[in-house]
Design a protein around this ligand. Structure first.
Ligand code: ATP
Ligand code: ASP
Ligand code: MG
Length: 311
C-alpha cells in the first residue's frame, strides 16, 4: 500500500518524482488539448445540494455519504460534477471541462483493488448537442495524442519507470463491445476478463447506470473506456434532458427528488438541453501510463480507502 510521503525511502522518492513529471505532462496536454478544441475551463466546487447519486451504478461501493449543514441548508461534498456539467452546458457553455475533486468514501476492501481512492480527480467534460460517437471520437483523439506525445517528449521519465518499451500509442477507432454480449461471453467478471484480453484501449457500451445517462427502451447510450491490463478509466454518456423521463427513472431507482430540485425545475421548463460527455479519472490514467501498482502512487497525499494519513 502506498505510504505517506514522509515515510518513503529515497529510491521511492525518486520514482514518485518521475511519476509527478508524467502527471504534469498529462495535465498540461489534456488541459491545453481541451482549450484548443474550444472548451471553456471551469473551476470545481466542493459543496452543493445536488451531487452524483452514484446509484444504481453496479460498480458503486460507497461506505458513507457526506452531508453537512451550512447556513441552514444541507449540502453534499462533490461525488462528481455531473449535475453541474448538465446545468452549465445547458445554460452557459456549450463545451466545458473541469478538473474536479471527487469525494467517494469507498468501502475499505477497495484499497486492495489498487484502482480506488476516497478522494480523486476527474477531468469531467460535457458538450451540448453532441452524440456518443462525437465524444468517443474526441476521447480517442485525446488518448492517442497523449500517449504519442509522452512517448516523444517524456522519454526519460518513461524509460526510468520501465514503460517506454511497453506503452504503445493506440490506434483509433477503438474496438467497441456491448456490455450484454460481454456478459454472455464472460459472465459477471466481464470487466476483468476484457481488461486482460485487450491490447489496446476499448469501449464498452450499454451499461445500466444512473438516471442521467440516456436510455431508450432499455438500451443505454453510454460508454466506459477500458485500458488494457488496467481497467476502467472513463465513463460517459449521452444525457437525459426530458422531465418526464428523468422523473420516471428517479422513481424507479429510488432517488430522492428533493436532492435534484434545480435540475428537475430546469428540465420541466425545457431549459435542460441534450448533451453528452464523460469523465476521465486522472489518477487511473496516470497510474496506467506509469505502470503504478496502486493509484495512490500517483497522489502526493494518498487517499486510500480505509487509511487516513495526516495529510
Ligand atoms: P469503478 O466501477 O471502477 O469503481 P465507477 O464506474 O464507479 O468506477 P464513475 O462514477 O464512472 O466510476 O467515475 C468516473 C471515473 O472516475 C471512472 O471511470 C474512474 O476513472 C474514476 N474513478 C471512479 N471512482 C474512483 C475512485 N474511487 N478512485 C479513483 N478514480 C475513480
Ligand atoms: N463523469 C461521469 C460522466 O460524465 C459521471 C460520474 O462521474 O459518475 O458520466
Ligand atoms: Mg464508471
Amino acid at each position: 500500500m502506498p505510504k505517506p510521503l514522509e515515510q518513503l525511502p529515497e529510491g521511492e522518492i525518486e520514482r514518485r518524482y518521475r511519476i509527478g513529471g508524467v502527471m504534469t505532462d498529462v495535465l498540461d496536454y489534456l488541459t491545453s488539448g481541451f482549450v484548443e478544441r474550444g472548451f471553456e475551463w471551469s473551476l470545481p466546487v466542493v459543496f452543493s445540494e445536488s451531487t452524483d447519486p452514484l446509484w444504481p451504478d453496479p460498480g458503486a461501493s460507497i461506505e458513507k455519504r457526506i452531508a453537512v449543514e451550512i447556513y441552514g441548508k444541507t449540502v453534499r461534498t462533490t461525488a462528481s460534477m455531473i449535475i453541474h456539467k448538465m446545468v452549465a452546458c445547458s445554460l452557459l457553455y456549450p463545451k466545458l471541462f473541469i478538473l474536479s475533486p471527487n469525494v467517494r468514501i469507498e468501502k475499505r476492501e477497495r484499497a486492495l483493488s489498487g484502482r480506488h481512492a476516497y478522494e480523486f480527480t476527474q477531468l469531467d467534460f460535457e458538450v451540448r448537442d453532441a452524440s456518443s460517437r462525437d465524444i468517443r471520437s474526441l476521447v480517442e483523439g485525446v488518448v492517442c495524442g497523449l500517449v504519442d506525445g509522452l512517448r516523444r517528449d517524456a522519454v526519460e521519465q518513461l524509460v526510468y519507470l520501465g514503460r517506454h518499451r511497453t506503452l504503445k500509442t493506440p490506434h483509433a477507432p477503438f474496438k467497441c463491445y456491448d456490455k450484454e454480449e460481454l456478459e454472455k461471453r464472460y459472465g459477471e467478471d466481464w470487466e476483468r476478463q476484457l481488461t486482460l484480453e485487450i491490447t489496446e484501449p476499448a469501449w464498452v457500451t450499454g451499461i445500466p447506470r444512473e438516471f442521467y445517462d440516456f436510455e431508450d427502451d432499455g438500451k443505454w447510450d453510454n460508454y466506459d473506456l477500458i485500458l488494457p491490463q488496467y481497467g476502467e478509466v472513463l465513463s460517459g454518456a449521452k444525457r437525459e434532458w426530458e422531465y418526464e423521463k428523468i422523473i420516471k427513472k428517479m422513481e424507479r431507482d429510488g432517488i430522492k427528488k428533493e436532492h435534484y430540485t434545480l435540475l428537475l425545475k430546469l428540465a420541466k421548463e425545457g431549459r435542460l438541453k441534450p448533451s453528452a460527455g464523460a469523465g476521465i479519472g486522472i489518477e487511473r490514467l496516470v497510474g496506467w501510463i506509469v505502470g503504478a501498482q496502486h493509484l495512490g502512487e500517483t497522489q502526493i497525499f494518498p487517499k486510500i480507502p480505509g487509511m487516513v494519513y495526516d495529510l
